[in-house]
Design a binder for this molecule. Structure first.
Ligand code: G3H
Ligand code: 13P
Ligand code: ZN
Length: 328
């Protein structure tokens, strides 16, 4: 059954667990997530980016969510707009059945220019008021995602850099976070702590200087009742890099956010954990493997079924590690 982000994260906070928010673009990813949720008896957040909405079509996504909720009636399911960039995107998502939206006002509407605090406050506050009128939940973002190693801020979807930023922009300021949440009334707050989207987050296993978990702790101390959101939370497991590279891929060695750091974050108020890249890699590893091992194969299902199973297994691991399992 559908549940709002607010209801779901309130339950997570009361019971001390975190909820992964997995991105979808197609039916196979939707089924993989729901199979994992069913196997672990976990609630789950499914989110679609603006790119996913234009890839799959809003009507297709809406009917797919309806179908997933009907196939898995026992699973509490939240349908969330990932990285909305203006009022129209958030409102059209709600119109198409999303019961939760992210208004990412950390960047301007072009999704690549860092925004002023006043701009972010204004647009997030407006979306928050409108969404709450119709019973939808809202996630805001304060601070720009990007690398503390290179100082490069990143565009919304990791598909481009916004240029050099200083640490004060790449790390959410705890006092400003208090002001932001009070004025915008968001249900959840995405923070910047050195993570970025995509596979290439860190050049080494991250330590406190490049993955600033201390920022999360400081924000949680000042905002103990606000649900915190970690973006760019794929762990980019070595096994998934290896399988892709073993079967013809050429991904340079890279490091993600270790699962144990996320688990630490959950103890410090992180309730929503955004994961897309790990799911993509799990699927793509299988595509490459089957294409290499069985070059005569041409039935897409022979590629998609193992890919779905690999994504399901990845989702199960995260639902178990974050304590989501058993809370459906
Ligand atoms: O925001 C980042 C997510 O991984 C979605 O990426 O914009 O390529 O769909 P996308
Ligand atoms: P990853 O690229 O680390 O999976 O992050 C996804 C995300 O933050 C979606 O909003
Ligand atoms: Zn994100």
């Amino acid at each position: 059954a559908l549940i709002t982000l607010r209801q779901l994260l309130d339950h997570a906070a009361e019971n001390g667990y975190g909820v992964p928010a997995f991105n979808i673009n197609n039916m196979e990813q939707g089924l993989a997530i729901m199979e994992a949720a069913k196997a672990t008896d976990a609630p789950v957040i499914i989110q679609a980016s603006r790119g996913a909405r234009s890839y799959a079509n809003d009507i297709m996504l809406a009917k797919m969510i309806e179908a997933l909720a009907a196939i898995y009636p026992q699973i509490p399911l939240c349908m969330h707009q990932d990285h909305g960039n203006d009022e129209a995107t958030c409102m059209s998502a709600i119109k198409h059945g999303f019961n939760s939206v992210m208004m990412d006002g950390s960047l301007m509407g072009d999704a690549k220019t860092p925004a002023s605090y006043e701009y972010n406050l204004g647009i997030t506050g407006r979306v928050s008021a409108m969404a709450h009128w119709v019973g939808a939940s809202v996630e805001g973002e304060l601070g720009v995602l990007g690398s503390l190693e290179t100082g490069e801020g990143e565009a919304e979807d990791g598909h481009g850099a916004v240029g050099k930023l200083d640490h004060s922009q790449l790390l959410t300021d705890p006092d400003q976070a208090v002001d932001f949440v009070m004025k915008t009334k968001v249900d959840a707050l995405a923070i910047a702590c050195g993570t970025s989207h995509g596979a290439y987050k860190f050049s080494r296993k991250p330590t406190g200087d490049i993955l600033a978990m201390s920022v999360i702790e400081a924000i949680h101390k000042k905002l103990p009742n606000t649900h915190l959101v970690m973006h760019g939370s794929s762990s980019v497991p070595q096994e998934l890099q290896d399988i892709i590279n073993e079967f013809g891929g050429a991904m340079p060695q890279t490091f993600g956010v270790p699962v144990e750091e996320i688990v630490r974050g959950i103890k410090m108020g992180v309730r929503k954990v955004n994961i897309d890249t790990d799911c993509r890699m799990a699927m793509t590893g299988q595509f490459r493997k089957i294409a290499t091992q069985n070059p005569k194969e041409f039935d897409p299902r022979k590629f998609l079924k193992p890919a779905m199973d690999a994504m399901r297994d990845l989702c199960k691991l995260r639902l178990e590690a974050f304590g989501t399992a058993g809370n459906a």
